[in-house]
Design a protein around this ligand. Sequence first.
Ligand code: FAD
Length: 439
Amino acid sequence: MSADFASWGRIDPRLRASISVDAYEEARLTAGRDAFLPFGNGRSYGDSCHNDQGRLIDVRPRSRILSFDAGTGILRCEAGVTLRQVLERAVPHRFFLPVTPGTAFVTVGGALANDVHGKNHHSRGTFGRHVLSFTLLRSEGESLSCSRQHNADLFRATIGGMGLTGLIGEVELRLMKVPSPHVQQHAIRFDRLDDYFRMIDRIDGEHEYSVAWIDQLAAGRAAGRGILLAGDHADGACEFPDVPKGLRLAVPFRPPVSLLNRLTLKAFNLAYFRKEKPGETVSTVKWPGYFYPLDAVRDWNRLYGPRGLYQHQSVYPQAQAPEITARLMETARRAGHGSFLTVLKRFGDEPAQGLLSFARPGFTLTLDFPNQGEATLRLLDRLDEIVMAAGGAVNPYKDARMRPDVFAASFPDWRQLEALRDPALVSDFWRRTALHLRH
Ligand SMILES: Cc1cc2nc3c(=O)[nH]c(=O)nc-3n(C[C@H](O)[C@H](O)[C@H](O)COP(=O)(O)OP(=O)(O)OC[C@H]3O[C@@H](n4cnc5c(N)ncnc54)[C@H](O)[C@@H]3O)c2cc1C
């Protein structure tokens, strides 16, 4: 079966061969090496969710919530359940995901396999920390039950293991009790990056959530201005409905060119910055708007045009963060590249849950660029160099092009994952980084 299993960057959106979970369960014992890769919902940006020399295992139809205990908040579900489904089930009982990325259209299996992080990494670590157990089907044997007590090596390797250790079947998660799913938001406008760095330790100490948007195209005196959005769950008296029925907009066509060029981005950034009053504004925000603002516009990635987009997410040590953050943004600006969504966040000191988890202590900057071919690739290499010289790392599940040496320096434990990899599974990302290094 062939279908469009594009990843979110849409750099190479061709038809891809796939197989159902049922068919994979039959085929796996006689499968050759490197023949398959599990596919969640394609919200990874590059080729870590593709295996173009093999077939993708389409996990999405496996999407049943198996049980939910409204007393303890423990939920069991199949790996193809989306975070949106989890929330629809749990929110009326005043439970919320303890960690969520910036879109709810991610599967539980995909969130586990990339050990994703959210706006509260400084208070709750990554997704994997809240996973109690899961089943893992290896191609050469039976389904294994994995937890911190049983098959602990595979448990640790699968969290953040990018789908390479086996097919995750069912997952048991502990959700977080909240007084309300909605959020009391503190929007704090800052005129300079220094102002952000001066307040962030205090803000993170005071609030469950915090993330900053930065106007990457602003130069001169305005360079580094932005808005810090901190927040906490509102109290139980909040009157919004538990699951608001929001209007979902869509990009209804595929524009022939990117609509996100330097000019439109400059105008958008200025308008977004000015939307907030100077100083701090406190308001109560519905949870879909606080956690998932981009989910309100379906297929927004199409705005980048037929050549797609690259995302660059890096993490670097706290001591050098003010300088490195400014350099990364200025390097992109000087290269003539504007980033639509520039997001800065401090990761907490929580030790990594998985063998190859990306989140680690330091600051993380995320930049999105329309694909302009060679010029963009050169810029991304330059950004890697800045990050690596500071002892940082580049995110593999946002990546479609990092060099093998950048990967190895970012994830020195990659050989341990290679040793535990299911022989039938591989990704295009793993082929061009780890397997390239091994040969
Ligand atoms: C708008 C947007 C915002 C985002 N914000 C964040 C953020 O704030 N923080 C963050 O960390 N990430 C963020 N991401 C990235 C996203 O959360 C991750 O890439 C996530 O892992 C995608 O999950 P998916 O279900 O779409 O899986 P896919 O992208 O299809 O696959 C992800 C990986 O999981 C593996 N996999 C999927 N299902 C299984 C299974 N059943 N068994 C074994 N392996 C499996 C795949 O092989 C692949 O390696 C964002 C992405 C978008 C588009």
